[in-house]
Design a protein around this ligand. Structure first.
Ligand code: CMP
Length: 138
């Protein structure tokens, strides 16, 4: 089974019709999708998800953007899931992302950067619990 990471396909990528292409890249990279949910965040709920960034200058814009359209929340399983997934998505700023990464291919800007990936095992569990009930069988 391996361990888990949490991901979210962001509003820019869903709006652009890139959900399927991104899911295909994720599966082809060896991740198993163990939970998936399309939903729309309120600005307040986006603010809770990104609470760690609330002192950053980009926080308000980020919350507006993340609540601007549908997102797809995912729990992904693979050996070394967190680190391998961050490699697959590439740098936060698409201008700095490596060729072949999801952000290099699909991100529009440093904010509208197509996809999120947890930065630690601990945050993966916290972020997964934000979208998926602990009662649910993964
Ligand atoms: P993510 O990896 O989901 O975590 C925080 C998000 O904030 C990030 O992706 C971007 O969407 C956004 N972000 C990070 N840095 C900046 C920045 N300098 N300007 C605007 N948005 C940013």
């Amino acid at each position: 089974a391996g361990n888990r990471t949490f991901s979210m396909i962001k509003p820019d990528a869903v709006q652009a019709g890139n959900t399927g292409a991104i899911l295909k890249m994720i599966e082809e990279a060896g991740f198993r999708i163990s939970a998936m949910r399309m939903t729309k965040l309120s600005k307040q709920r986006a603010g809770q998800f990104y609470a760690v960034h609330k002192e950053r200058p980009f926080y308000n814009d980020l919350c507006e953007y993340m609540s601007s359209g549908h997102i797809v929340a995912l729990i992904l399983e693979k050996e070394n899931a967190v680190a391998d997934f961050r490699k697959l998505i590439g740098a936060t700023d698409p201008a700095k992302a490596e060729e072949g990464t999801i952000r290099k291919l699909f991100a529009k800007s440093i904010e509208a950067n197509a996809i999120h990936g947890s930065d630690s095992d601990e945050n993966a569990e916290i972020e997964a619990a934000f979208f998926f009930s602990k009662m649910q069988q993964y």
